[in-house]
Design a protein around this ligand. Structure first.
Ligand code: FAD
Length: 664
């Protein structure tokens, strides 16, 4: 640990492995001014991923954050993943990011959501031990080669002349901390979450804070505004925390975790916790009494009176009562950790005065005697219109300045982590003057997230969903490595050799497995005899391949290994490989067609749409009325622009593309 010009606590990660870059001297002082390749401001979910990614890419990186002991803090729910969000985590992991691995070391209840639907939309999710996640994340960050961590609040940016070859008003060249000290950098990433002019709200009380107990970021917000960035205001909230021993779980519905738990990371075959040691969750519901307390006390609730937009898909109990009156809303009681005495009541985010929160909780089944340990609260904060950044997450206004995370109007740890990894990679590539690393909509959920933000912007906290993704049958959680790991290794240098080799092994094993599956053919009659439980219909026609048989729900690699052990047994030795072969078989034909369509759309993304096309009346093209209206109102110039209009389906785009090409 070093101390420098009183600018806070310096925690040099793996000091022995690093050369601290004190080389540059500031103009007005004899003291050396530190100079890093990349400086990341903020140690939340975006900042940690950004800093680690930049360092993995070979950049000497500094992570500047208010407090080292809040690195990896989960501000709200003690859980990671879910539908769409789990996909983002797999993609972050495919680029060797941190959150998936840390979740495999810190979860207490793993469950794959959406199991009844196809694996393309399965949502990996886990309840996380808050304390353990923080500990593991801090250990990881403080031991990352080339990464230094420093405590301090950044107040301002140092700017210089722009590079002539790049557009932009000016270039960022460093940061100024609250004590006036400076750090120079070739790229700077801002990941300040809800802290820009953050205000915490409980009842009618409002005070400046980034989140409860943390100072807000005022100076930086003013700097950004002065630079000309368009700033908006959003709000979010968190539920109260309840003492575990005060809840009557015996009368509530219990949700048991998966056995065995499914790891988030491609490089883990198991998670840290034994299946039987996982903790259960419980479900209860709100009732008309809760509605009554909320509605009678709206005048005591500043957060609700605010017209600022809150998260549509994770709304407060007040929003739910106002929007859907007389309904019972689910409340999940989730453990905060293995040895934690706290329960997080998911679905009960609230900003009523604390005493009314207690009253409301006591009306809920199972919580009649519940003890509230910390009240719920809301936070209102500045965000920057994400249309001011490019797909590499570099800002248009200031060269070499990148934004990632909630500052861009998103909500959620996973959305923040996904942007963080991309900003970290690109900030580093920018330093070495390499082309940006951009993930397209056809390559990943990360691509959809960033494309939506940078082209459409957002006026409410943006959350990832599978329904936002056009090519979701191809962009599955199981195959994120084949989509991103190779690119990450070759183009960005952010992927370790070990992970790269694992991805290569998986790729060749899958290719080999599929070719072996295709090569084994029997008549349908024989297959039915060999695997009677499979719903194979017997026909006299062509022989049927093992790959086609594997498409049947009742058949897996284990069943095939019993039939032809010499050929198939080896594919059952690795659980992930066996599962992926089954998924590949199930999606084989549909993905083949979708890939053709992806190629078609990619090839013609810039195809101009006729200016006089009357979408409402054109015939000979299959478009739903909803799609017609959307095209009519948006009047996109190109096929690419049309494909980005929310609600315009991939199938509609392909139909429109073919129609325009035939009529030109
Ligand atoms: P954060 O995790 O907020 O991290 C920001 C970091 O920047 C902090 O470490 C902070 O100390 C640091 N920092 C800020 N300014 C400076 C500065 N000037 N100098 C140095 N360091 C600085 N998400 C959901 O999905 N669902 C929810 O219901 C939900 N509710 C939430 C409720 C609350 C009250 C809060 C605060 C957040 C909630 N979130 C929710 C959002 C989720 O926590 C964030 O989306 C996620 O943490 C964003 O990650 P981030 O890295 O962008 O920012």
């Amino acid at each position: 640990m070093l101390s420098l010009r009183g600018c806070g606590r310096w925690v040099a990660a793996s000091l022995a492995k690093q050369h601290l870059p004190w080389a540059q001297f500031s103009a007005d002082s004899a003291a050396p001014t530190p100079h890093f390749d990349v400086v990341v401001i903020g140690g939340g979910h975006a900042g940690t991923e950004a800093a680690a990614a930049a360092a993995r890419c070979g950049s000497r990186t500094l992570l500047l954050t208010h407090r080292v002991d809040t690195i990896g803090q989960m501000s709200c729910n003690p859980s990671f993943g879910g539908i769409g969000k789990g996909h983002l985590m797999r993609e972050v992991d495919a680029l060797d990011g941190l959150c998936s691995r840390i979740c495999d070391q810190s979860g207490v209840h793993y469950k794959v959501l959406n199991r009844r639907k196809g694996p393309a939309v399965w949502g990996l999710r886990a309840q996380i031990d808050r304390k353990l996640y923080k500990q593991n994340m801090q250990k990881e960050i403080l031991n990352t080669p080339l990464l230094t961590v420093q405590e301090g609040a950044v107040e301002d940016l140092i700017l210089s002349e722009p590079e002539p070859e790049h557009p932009g008003k000016c270039r960022v060249s460093g940061v100024v901390l609250v004590d006036g000290s400076t750090v120079y950098a070739d790229s700077v990433i801002l990941t300040t979450g809800t802290f820009l002019r953050g205000t915490v709200v409980i009842g009618l009380e409002m005070h400046p804070a980034g989140r409860l107990g943390d100072q807000p970021s005022i100076g930086l917000a003013q700097t950004l505004e002065k630079l000309g960035f368009a700033v908006g205001r959003l709000k979010t909230g968190t539920p109260p925390r309840i003492a575990k021993e005060s809840i009557n779980f015996s009368i509530l519905n219990k949700q048991t975790p998966d056995d065995p738990p499914k790891p988030f990371s491609f490089i883990n075959e198991t998670v840290w916790i034994k299946p039987e040691d996982q903790l259960p969750c419980y479900m209860t519901h709100t009732n008309p009494k809760v509605d009554e307390i909320v509605l009678e006390n709206l005048h005591l609730n500043s957060h609700v009176k605010e017209t600022t937009r809150g998260p549509r898909y994770c709304p407060s109990i007040e929003s739910k009562v106002l929007r859907f009156p007389n309904r019972l809303h689910q409340v999940w009681l989730e453990p905060e950790g293995l040895d934690s005495d706290l329960i997080y009541p998911q679905g009960l985010s609230v900003t009523l005065p604390a005493e009314l929160q207690e009253k409301m909780i006591a009306c809920i089944r199972g919580l009649e005697k519940a003890k509230m340990i910390q009240p719920g609260y809301g936070v209102q904060y500045d965000y920057l219109d994400p249309r001011q950044i490019s797909p590499s997450l570099e800002t248009h206004l200031v060269q070499r300045l990148f934004f990632a995370g909630q500052i861009n109007g998103t909500t959620g740890y996973e959305e923040a982590a996904a942007q963080g990894v991309i900003a970290g990679i690109n900030a580093s590539l920018r330093v070495s003057r390499k082309p940006p690393f951009v993930v397209s909509r056809t390559e990943g959920y990360i691509g959809v997230l960033i494309d939506d933000l940078t082209t459409l912007g957002t006026s409410e906290p943006y959350r990832m969903f599978t329904s936002r993704v056009e090519f979701r049958l191809s962009l599955r959680p199981d195959n994120a490595d084949s989509r991103l790991t190779f690119r990450g290794y070759e183009e960005a240098g952010c992927v370790s050799q070990q992970r790269y080799e694992r991805a290569c092994w998986m790729k060749s094993s899958l290719e080999e497995g599929i070719s072996v599956l295709k090569s084994i053919e029997f008549s349908s009659y024989k297959w039915k005899q060999l695997i009677p439980e499979a719903s194979i219909s017997i026909t006299k026609s062509h022989p049927v391949s093992a790959l086609d048989v594997l498409k049947h729900e009742e058949v897996d690699m284990e069943s095939l290994a019993k039939v032809v052990p010499d050929l198939f047994k080896k594919y059952t030795q690795c659980r992930e490989l066996a599962e992926r072969l089954k998924i590949e078989a199930a999606y084989e034909s549909v993905v083949f067609h979708q890939l053709q369509e992806i190629k078609e759309v990619q090839r013609d993304e810039t195809l101009q749409l006729p200016k006089d096309l009357d979408y409402l009346t054109i015939k000979d093209v299959s478009l739903s009325q909803e799609v017609r209206e959307k095209l009519h109102f948006s009047r996109p110039q190109t096929i690419g622009a049309a494909s980005r209009i929310p609600g315009v389906t991939p199938a509609a785009i392909v139909n429109l593309l073919r129609f325009v090409k035939t009529t030109q």
